[in-house]
Ligand binder design. Structure first.
Ligand code: AMP
Length: 395
């Protein structure tokens, strides 16, 4: 069966068509500038990339253009829409309502709408994608896969904030965590690789990309994670600050004479390694700048590694030990220098780096030496495949 995986943003739509028997991608692509003008980049595997600048006033038009591209006689990959057996939608926030993926029904759509307040930029866009697909493929079963669901297993002591309890009861202010699909996919693979039973494993997953988070996974379940009520918390990221003293927010609003909204925007979009270095949010640029003697780029890299190492240490404490650690996502899979810097902090766990293995990029590999007490792996994440698997399992 072919599963159509959809990841809808406010003005974009990423998709993959995956053959669920072989788990191969048949086509993938991206609609950009929806509601502005519109641009479709469609990559049918084994054929030439097709780019179209057709107007996309809304998401329904974008989905319709993608379906046309998938079934086109020249750059298509299927004969007609009956070859799409299911649709898997990435949904950012499931609040406390969804601890796993679900088949989309009217009641599910209503429950996702009720989580809109928690992710005002993302959930409404995800819902638009769902209704666009529903309108064009009314009889195809659809599944919602939530970024937050994997972390619903966290215990209260991990997800509660030190705030008056009523704010949790009345407004659901708590840690939710994100990147759940990736943490779940990579932790399952890591537990498999180290040959442990799910029920007696302690692993830490470092999803390090433009957005970064770390999760402690005990017995196959998330027990703590570094992102919080929003993805702004935790690690220092490309442009996000990660955790800071909350009193800084009001202080900066006063000093800069801007609204609290504007300060939050600065923390999300102008901070992190880009804000620190003044160079870039991309780690390749930061390493080049650092090698050329740029001090702020060096500090940004050091701060990033230090914060990651601190989280790893705190999760070893939270689980009273760790069997293995995995690196994934853009930085985790490719940035050999950053992995070296982070692992430099982990000698106390009996970890030593296999320098040769660590030079490999983008492939599944063990990068700790054979005699390391705690194993360290690089495991490429694949959120689309994870969504396709969940979708297939539920329909
Ligand atoms: P992601 O958000 O998972 O796509 O990760 C994107 C980030 O990965 C980029 O912003 C880079 O900082 C980082 N990255 C990707 N490739 C490399 C590389 N070869 N060396 C260093 N950093 C990389």
């Amino acid at each position: 069966m072919n599963v159509f995986v959809v990841n809808c943003g406010s003005s974009s739509l990423k998709y993959q068509l995956i053959n669920s028997d072989t788990e191969e991608v048949i086509a993938k692509g991206l609609c950009e500038r929806i509601g502005i003008d519109g641009r479709l980049t469609h990559n049918p595997v084994g054929k030439e990339t097709y780019v179209s600048e057709t107007a996309m006033p809304d998401h329904k038009t974008a989905v319709s253009l993608v379906l046309d591209a998938l079934t086109d006689s020249e750059h298509g990959v299927i004969n007609d829409l009956s070859e799409i057996g299911a649709v898997g939608h990435r949904v950012v926030h499931g609040g406390e309502k969804f601890a796993s993926s679900v088949v989309i029904t009217d009641a599910v759509i209503k429950a996702i709408e009720e989580c809109n307040d928690l992710a005002p930029l993302h959930n409404p866009a995800n819902l638009i994608g769902i209704s666009a697909c529903k309108a064009l493929m009314p009889d195809v079963p659809m599944v919602a896969v939530f970024d937050t669901a994997f972390h619903q297993s966290m215990p209260e002591k991990a997800y509660m904030y030190g705030l008056p309890y009523g704010y949790y009861e009345n407004y659901k202010v708590r840690k939710y965590g994100f990147h759940g699909t990736s943490h779940s996919f990579v932790s399952k693979r890591l537990i498999e690789l180290i040959g442990k039973e799910n029920s007696e494993s302690k692993v830490i997953i470092c999803h390090l990309g433009n957005g970064s988070s770390i999760t402690a996974v005990k017995d196959g379940k998330s027990v703590d994670t570094s992102m919080g009520f929003t993805p702004l918390d935790g690690l220092i990221m490309g442009t996000r600050s990660g955790s800071i003293d909350p009193a800084v927010v009001q202080y900066l609003a006063d000093k800069l004479n801007v609204s609290l909204d504007e300060v939050i925007n600065i923390l999300n979009k102008k901070s992190g390694v880009e804000g620190i270095s003044g160079v870039s949010s991309d780690f390749r640029d930061l390493h080049s700048a650092s090698e050329a003697g740029n001090k702020r780029a060096t500090i940004a890299l050091e701060m990033f590694a230090y914060r990651v190492a601190q989280y790893i240490g705190s999760y070893v404490a939270a689980m009273n030990g760790v069997d293995a650690i995995a690196f994934t996502a853009g930085i985790g899979e490719n940035n050999t220098a950053m992995r070296r810097m982070i692992i430099g902090y982990l000698e106390y766990l009996g970890i030593s780096l296999d320098k040769e293995a660590n030079e490999k990029r983008g492939e599944e590999i063990m990068i700790s030496t054979k005699d390391s007490k705690v194993k360290v792996y690089v495991i490429p994440t694949n959120e689309e495949l994870a969504i396709a698997r969940e979708t297939l399992a539920l329909i």
